[in-house]
Design a protein around this ligand. Structure first.
Ligand SMILES: Cc1cc2nc3c(=O)[nH]c(=O)nc-3n(C[C@H](O)[C@H](O)[C@H](O)COP(=O)(O)OP(=O)(O)OC[C@H]3O[C@@H](n4cnc5c(N)ncnc54)[C@H](O)[C@@H]3O)c2cc1C
Length: 401
């Protein structure tokens, strides 16, 4: 491949695919290539997540997460409806277990209202039991419009549509380097080179490296956080009907261990958030020594440890001890029998950490000459993907003209 193209997108996760879809929708004549290092689409975050189509209740009003989640959710619902893809709406119960949780729940309620989340209901302890009889807590927030979908199937369908529209989805093709030129960008990948007018980086866990290999120097790095799940079997499977979430810790961009029904009828709990020792470190034993040495040796990481060391140790304990993991579930559903919990799958989040050692809370889209880098797109980026794609497409098309 060495013909000139208009746009090269790196990464066929849901964000890269939704971006390409939005570009084609806005300007169907755009010539576009998607480079994906795996042999299939959505093999990493997009295909290994909880499958929750978030309502947008948790995010600070005005943030990109709040804006994109609200719009992206309704765009995605339209898409799955038109395409006949599976979706269910079991609703989400956010449970406050302590007085401190209740104060935080008030703030989430205010955010939900400001973010126009529909049909939100504040509940007392009796109200909680009305929705989920086996859940215990002091108060709750009921978000009945929270849905579950299959992001793998959605990504697959977008990729099929894009191929029909003439977009080349190059699987098994790894981006290596890009250099901006006067009228475009010269892209090198493992199987060749191509010249494009614009580069879009949606490389998830490797988005910072792709940015650096394109000459950008963003003030952040990606830290991989593994999220491990357990499956609820036996009698514990049927103790709750819908999603049950704890009140999230406001210091962290993660939502805490929650119960989520899956479209296949199973019920899962998770994910925790353990610092992984490899970017695609799905198992505890996966270690990338070079990556670890680079991370641990940086001032950024020392600052990160100072801020989050204690939380990190708690998450590690939960990962190593089944009893600790179970405790997080029993806190809100005390009837769960720990013997019914079986370790199941895992995913790894691409979470940006700033040079000051802070976990970056909002999405980050960094625009440069002839390139746009999506540098922080953790949860709820799958729910928000169509809106992120729309916003990126707008900037790409402006850059092309
Ligand atoms: C455990 C877990 C649970 C989650 N739960 C939810 C949820 O319920 N709801 C929700 O909305 N969000 C959830 N998220 C977040 C959501 O899954 C991600 O925000 C979203 O999938 C990010 O999509 P992406 O396309 O940016 O990244 P990815 O899906 O990771 O895609 C990036 C792609 O880039 C490719 N790539 C990387 N480097 C290169 C290279 N050099 N050359 C070519 N290709 C490359 C990768 O192979 C990959 O396919 C969860 C995430 C995790 C990990």
């Amino acid at each position: 491949m060495n013909d000139r193209t208009d746009v090269v997108v790196v990464g066929a996760g849901i964000v890269g695919l939704a971006t390409a879809r939005a570009i084609v929708a806005a300007r169907p004549t755009t010539r576009m290539v998607i480079l994906e290092k795996e042999r299939g689409v959505a093999r990493h975050q997009s295909g290994r997540n909880s499958g929750v189509l978030h309502t947008g209740a948790f995010y600070p009003p005005g943030s990109l997460k709040a804006r994109f989640c609200s719009r992206g959710r309704s765009m995605l619902l339209d898409f799955v409806g038109q395409q006949g893809l599976p979706v269910e709406t079991p609703g989400k119960l956010v449970v406050a277990a302590t007085a401190q949780d209740c104060e935080r729940l008030d703030e989430i309620g205010r955010r939900a209202q400001a973010n126009n989340v529909p049909q939100v209901e504040r509940l007392d302890a009796n109200g909680l039991r009305r929705i989920e009889p086996n859940v215990r807590g002091m108060a709750g927030l009921w978000l009945p419009t929270a849905a579950i979908v299959d992001f793998n199937a959605i990504a697959g369908r977008i990729a099929e549509d894009l191929s029909h529209e003439g977009v080349e989805v190059r699987l098994g093709c790894s981006f290596e380097e890009a250099r901006a030129s006067a009228d475009g960008v010269h892209v090198r990948f493992d199987a060749g080179v191509t010249d494009a007018r614009f580069l879009v980086n949606c490389a998830g866990l490797f988005s910072d490296q792709v940015a650096w290999a394109s000459g950008s120097r963003p003030p952040l790095r990606i830290l991989p956080f593994r999220g491990e799940y357990v499956r609820l079997g036996g009698r514990s499977r049927d103790l709750v009907r819908g999603m049950v979430y704890p009140v999230p810790d406001p210091r962290l961009p993660f939502l805490g261990i929650h119960l989520t029904p899956r479209l296949d009828g199973t019920m899962e709990a998770g994910p925790n958030a353990v610092l992984a020792l490899a970017r695609e470190g799905y198992r505890r034993g996966d270690v990338d020594l070079r990556e670890v040495a680079t991370t641990v040796g940086s001032l950024r990481f020392l600052r990160f440890l100072r801020r989050y060391g204690a939380v990190g140790i708690r998450e590690l304990r939960r990962s190593l001890s089944a009893a600790e993991f179970a405790r997080a579930i029993l806190r809100v559903v005390p009837e769960v029998d720990p013997a019914d919990l079986t370790p199941s799958r895992s995913g790894v989040r691409a979470q940006a950490v700033s040079d000051r050692g802070q976990l970056v809370d909002d999405f980050v889209l960094l625009e440069e000459r002839r390139a746009l880098h999506v540098l922080n797109a953790p949860s709820p980026a799958a729910s928000s993907s169509f809106a992120i794609g729309e916003a990126v497409a707008e900037r790409v098309l402006a850059g092309l003209s």
